[in-house]
Write a protein that binds this ligand. Sequence first.
Ligand code: TRP
Length: 440
Amino acid sequence: MQNNRGNFSKIGFIMAAAGSAVGLGNLWRFPYAVGENGGGVFVLIYLISVVVIALPVLMAEVTLGRFTGKNPVGAFNAIKPGSPWKFVGYLGVASGLMILSFYAVIAGGAVGYFFKALTGQFKGMASESAIASNAATEAYQSFAGNGVLQIFLLAIFIILTVYVVSKGVSGGIEKYSKILMPALIGILFLLLFRSLTLEGASKGVAFYIKPDWSALKPSVIINAMGQAFFSLSLGMGTMITYGSYVSKKENIPSATKWIAVFDTGIAIMAGFIIFPAIFSLGMQDVSGPGTMFNVLPVLFDKMPGGMVFGPLFFLLLSIAALTSTISILEVPVAFCIDEKKWDRKKASIIVGAIALAIGVPCALSESFLGVWSTIWGGLSLSIGALFVAIFIGFSWKTPNALKEMYQGADNFKGAKVWSFAIKYIAPVFILAILLSSFLL
Ligand code: TRP
């Protein structure tokens, strides 16, 4: 099939896909999911899920997208016209709207915290009395509880996202990532150093890396797998859509491997920042969606140069979130452009407005946001990934997918392993995990 959408340059795809993958999922969602799911056990299952399930699905999605040159609905339809497979695409489009709605609330929070950091509001957060009185947590609660402010920040973030997406994928997205990503990683290393050198940091490290098997429950497994999909932007067609802009010269297996390594590395780093800090500073009441916002102000206050690095971090985080929201909005927008023949601008604005409306309850209630994140950011992605794997393995069939994958990657050695993973390992495990979480 001919694909003339090859809008990404060679390095552009890796950049854009890494920009999509790296975001709040790594720095905000991963640490709080670890905290809520028993620590080290969750981390271990997450890592296994990335390697044996998520990476094969990532390769599959990008390949499907490049072959068809379409949004998810169009992609399924192109290979099996008129079949019910297109509903997997519809589920992805719907999930995109739902994910965008809660994601943009947290992203708005990052913007808000940028201004808080800039205006010196983290000052004193690390003093003994501030820690004893949970000052950082309380500051976050009053911030998150300010509904008008939350809706305002949500709206700003959606508008930013709509603006970039309405301009098209090639120009904007590629450019940012090249400088900003390394800068973000630089600050993460500073935070890592600060956190790990705190007195008593090892208790946090132990919680984070020592699996406590008694914490293992079906829900832990499903949340870990869901997090692997979320973090790599899988299960709703983001990578199918981005794949549709990839040129035939691109080496898909190698590019996707690097994306997975990079994305997972950043998430793991985030945990090494958050948990030592929580444990060594004896912070109370840090759990749930507020975790990152409760912990980092304290760390920045305890760090030389925190007045500079604090605002810089939240600025970079906001931008990392933006390269992710762009990739989320792009799915329903590409659908409206391809299938409904809307122009890009109209599609971006209308879809953005709907996401904004759905985001309002998330902006007003943190517990609602947590539920939304679990359902749409975890469960629905697992279902989407399950169907992608079955579709590629048994409907389109792996030899056809491989024919596409070999273009730009004629030295790909993992073909057999990948085929086995996508046909058997991924579907069987995802299905078993989904069923056990419903039945047990
Ligand atoms: N992966 C991004 C993050 O970790 C979020 C994201 C972008 C996403 N596109 C997605 C999540 C598609 C699920 C599906 O922040």
